[in-house]
Design a binder for this molecule. Structure first.
Ligand SMILES: Cc1cc2nc3c(=O)[nH]c(=O)nc-3n(C[C@H](O)[C@H](O)[C@H](O)COP(=O)(O)OP(=O)(O)OC[C@H]3O[C@@H](n4cnc5c(N)ncnc54)[C@H](O)[C@@H]3O)c2cc1C
Length: 244
């Protein structure tokens, strides 16, 4: 469910919460100096266990929000929200739909943005892809006299970029779907796992961006290996391995 809050997160914030119903997560990120996006996500089992299915068969008219669920969410995340409010805007439960199309154009009809392709919101690229599509389409129409040639050029240019982003988005979507399986991991291991979930950021990339964090990852990994009484091993030497 896509919500807002007047709690302004410092940066992209994941709240992973063990509740009596199962693991729930929030993807929170600031959109202005006054507020943040607050997306609540969980598995169908957790969703049912928490009683969110009470409005399952209700049809919400456009603009209407699932107020019953929002009140529950406010209570469940009381510790994280403190005195802050949750804002609804056409907010109801949704299953993220991954859209892929074999063809993006037919005659003089062309698809762009979410109509052509979606990428799970956990990698935050849907709007960027839509804007880039628009730029590419405008450029191709300006550069080609025939509409059909222009639309083919647009699709040729954009498809590889979109498909690469969709691969990363799919990995991230599946990681969040299976988040409960990482509940036993310690903080550092979990953070490393979260940051590398889409496989676009590797240990080496992370080392360039934040060497202090990767030093912690190394230390944590070595400590766990030590605790297990085994020397670090890497069956595939070409793989990025936190043991270095
Ligand atoms: C929960 C969630 C969180 C997201 N978070 C992020 C994020 O952090 N960063 C990011 O980059 N992307 C994010 N996205 C994705 C992003 O919202 C979309 O990729 C982006 O909005 C796509 O833009 P679009 O113009 O293609 O489609 P849309 O924004 O969906 O615009 C389509 C418009 O067409 C209108 N419309 C539909 N049918 C008709 C009709 N028949 N006649 C007239 N109008 C019609 C709709 O009302 C809508 O206004 C998120 C998506 C979800 C679901």
């Amino acid at each position: 469910m896509w919500l807002g809050t007047d709690r302004v997160f410092e940066a992209f914030t994941f709240i992973v919460k063990e509740t009596p119903h199962g693991v729930m997560q929030v993807h929170g990120y600031p959109y202005s100096a006054e507020g943040s996006t607050f997306i609540v996500e969980m598995s169908p089992e957790t969703w049912r266990s928490a009683g969110f299915d009470s409005t399952e068969d209700r049809v919400f008219v456009p603009g209407e929000s699932d107020e019953e669920a929002i009140a529950k969410i406010r209570t469940l995340f009381d510790d994280e929200l403190g005195d802050h409010e949750i804002f609804a805007n056409n907010s109801k439960w949704l299953n993220f739909i991954t859209v892929r199309n074999e063809r993006w154009h037919d005659g003089n009809i062309v698809l762009l943005g979410d109509a052509a392709h979606t990428a799970h919101f956990s990698i935050g690229s849907g709007t960027k892809l839509a804007m880039e599509d628009a730029l590419a389409l405008a450029a191709c129409l300006a550069e080609n006299d025939a509409v059909d040639t222009a639309l083919s050029a647009y699709e040729r240019e954009r498809r590889p970029v979109v498909e690469s982003t969709q691969r990363a988005a799919q990995a991230s979507l599946e990681w969040f779907e299976n988040i409960a399986q990482y509940r036993e991991q310690g903080d550092i291991e979990f953070c490393f796992n979260l940051l590398t979930r889409s496989r676009r950021i590797t240990y080496e990339n992370l080392k360039l961006r934040d060497p202090k964090f990767t030093a912690l990852v190394d230390h944590d990994f070595a400590a766990r290996q030590g605790a297990e009484g085994t020397a670090p091993r890497c069956s595939n030497p070409s793989r990025s391995d936190p043991s270095g």
